[in-house]
Design a protein around this ligand. Sequence first.
Ligand SMILES: Cc1ncc(COP(=O)(O)O)c(C=O)c1O
Length: 387
Amino acid sequence: MTHADPYAFSVEALRSRRTTKWHKFDPDVLPAWVADMDFGVAPPVLEALQKLIDAEEFGYSDRGGALEAAFVRRMLRRFGWETHAADVHPIGDLVQASFAAVTAFSEPGDGVVLQLPSYPPFQDAITGTGRRIVANPMRRDGKGWRLDLGAFDANPDPKAKVLIFCHPQNPTGRAFTEAELAEVAAFAVRHDLVVVSDEIHADILYDGRRHRPLASMGPEIAARTLTITSATKGYNIPALRTAAIHFGSPALRQRFFARLPAKLLGFPSVMGIDATVAAWDAGDPWFAETLARLEANRDYLARAIPEALPGAVFLPPEATYLAWIDCAALDLGMPAQQFFLERARVGLNAGETFGSGYDACVRLNFATTPAILQEIVGRMADAVRQR
Ligand SMILES: Cc1ncc(COP(=O)(O)O)c(C=O)c1O
């Protein structure tokens, strides 16, 4: 059964989904945290899954490189990036891929450069494998968030081996420009870093922007870059656990698998593979509609936040459906996430999980219906007014 309007789920329908998003908090809390969408999925994805169900086809699958081939087609068609199936390796998810890459390309005690604020599991991938976070905070100027690679240049860590680069950036929503990517590429070469470029949000760019993969900037940066991506954010299928690692050179791939046997990493399920291939090959019309709705929600937030949270700093994202809001000027008297959970009954991501010093910030997932989003903003505004 498909939903009549895949963009109009009610709160009751969403709560009846057995998702972590809708079950982390008490039932009176509106959740706007983990990064999936309160929407349906693309019809070709449903058809692919239905086909498996109809055929009761759950034996060991024979998909002979289907995901790798779909990745190659997708990268070329959407981003103009030429890749080869032999350089692509299917894996369950990006967090796993980032743990694997850190493990393969550094030793315990080595440094891993990470821009802050950062998606929390990247920090886990570093500390959880006994490596050290080499924090490289981004700077906020009048126009937006900027990389500050010069800070590392001025104080380099000789034991830094890896850069985890998030492009587009979660949580700031930056889609880095070609000039910035050229700087990142030169930086990685200059410091001899292997780069893990997480491009999971690459589909979701606004204002007509087009994503430029870091590894497409030239052979020198490609040779030291693992690009990790999936259809899960753009197509709302994260529970299907299917992603891809692209190795920018055969030597990089060889180094990786010399450290980590492929069998140790597992393999996506047939449902994930078929759904991803369907999304990448045939999901464009659904995605165009979805992106327009996300962009409208972003524009709504750009108008509504200054009035709802006067003094908060919100730089509307260029990409992702995540809003990073700095509430320091509101003097909430406690971490911002705690304030909005307790006083507004809205469940956001806590800024402090994105790096120390960000406890006045929250991350708000705006991939929901306009009605729910307005209710979220209204509750936050009321709580701030009554504090
Ligand atoms: C930047 C980034 N990387 C990775 C992930 C998680 O990907 P996966 O579910 O494939 O581990 C997310 C999810 O929000 C993300 O924002």
